[in-house]
Design a binder for this molecule. Structure first.
Ligand SMILES: [Zn+2]
Length: 343
């Protein structure tokens, strides 16, 4: 009875797939003007951290009445969607390799943060992959977090929050985003015009990441990589030491793609395990059921489990910056090898 008497908070429609609890929390804090100075969005790559941060940034400066924010239609929302709002900045790692957040970028934030908002109510900075900041950049950022100018909101994102200084994390409200449900990603893909079968498959392959699913729908190269990586794995099962070492060398040369490839292979080997356990209806790779059935019958459950563990270790080693070539070599030497085909 008591619960019924409390005013209900109607969840606004944000352009975000899943993460309802986070949308509710942020929308409520914006509506009640209890906005913190810094938020940290964590979770796997492409799960929706930047999308959520952007929707929050729009909400904070949207010109519509508070229950309609972000409206997506007003001048402020539209400028933000084009990254052309004078009070909002999206900062991405640059550096020599395009993978480092630099002190000059943080100095830029500090300089701009000291100015009053030009059009909106707040100045918002979205800093992507903040864990890639080098030490001087992180120390400068910490100073800003310690003494933030009044109308400034910092929205940081990170797939590896454990790499951040604890003093940075403790200054932020942390929102840990979890993988999004398959049916929600499926729905999103259908809304983007995906045919039924493709929506089902991509939603499963996405592993809870709507951003990945959308990229895979529109970018043919993502799809081709998946086909190539699975075909290679299939081929390597029948190959000896020399071919495997040669492949490991090629893999290591494309070290940036290696984590995605290992995640894909792990999803394949989880499917093999599910197949062996008699659960073919819940596999991810629904378009390759015949290959799954054939491999599941030729490998023992013990072989599958051991290689899954090897894949898990390889992913962790790459995260810890162990030499990619060593990691790939060791992994491929752990890959089971087909027994000779029965005559
Ligand atoms: Zn608006």
């Amino acid at each position: 009875m008591l619960a019924q008497m409390q005013p209900t908070f109607i969840l606004p429609a944000w352009p975000v797939v899943g993460h309802e609890w986070a949308v509710a929390l942020l929308a409520r804090s914006a509506a009640t003007e209890q906005v913190r100075h810094a938020y940290l969005f964590t979770g796997p790559a492409q799960v929706g951290k930047t999308t959520l941060a952007r929707a929050f940034a729009q909400t904070l400066n949207c010109q519509a009445s508070s229950e309609k924010r972000p409206c997506g239609l007003c001048d402020s929302c539209q400028r933000m969607a084009r990254d052309a709002h004078p009070d909002a900045r999206l900062i991405e790692p640059q550096g020599k390799s395009g993978r480092e957040l630099l002190i000059d970028q943080v100095r830029g934030i500090i300089h701009e943060a000291a100015l009053s908002p030009l059009l909106g109510r707040r100045k918002v900075f979205i800093v992507r992959e903040v864990d890639r900041g080098n030490a001087p950049a992180m120390n400068a950022l910490l100073k800003t977090l310690e003494e933030p100018p009044p109308s400034v909101v910092l929205l940081l994102t990170s797939s590896y929050p454990e790499r951040l200084l604890p003093t940075i994390v403790s200054r932020c409200q942390v929102l840990s985003l979890r993988p999004v449900a398959v049916h929600q990603i499926e729905e999103m893909l259908r809304a983007h015009g995906a045919a039924e079968e493709r929506a089902q498959l991509l939603a499963r392959l996405a592993n809870g990441r709507p951003g990945w699913a959308l990229t895979a729908l529109t970018d043919e190269s993502v799809w081709q990589s998946r086909q190539e990586w699975l075909d290679n794995l299939n081929h390597l099962l029948g190959q000896g030491r020399n071919e495997r070492l040669a492949y490991a060398e090629r893999m290591a040369a494309r070290a940036q793609e290696a984590p995605e490839m290992l995640a894909l292979w792990a999803s394949w080997w989880r499917d093999l395990l599910l197949w062996q356990q008699g659960c073919p209806e819940v596999v991810t790779h629904i378009d390759r059921r015949e290959t799954l059935a054939s491999q599941a019958s030729r490998l023992s459950p013990d072989q599958v489990r051991r290689f899954l563990m090897a894949l898990g270790s390889a992913s962790r080693y790459l995260e810890q910056n162990v030499n990619p070539r060593l990691v790939c070599e060791s992994l491929l030497l752990h890959l089971p090898r087909w027994e000779a085909q029965p005559a």
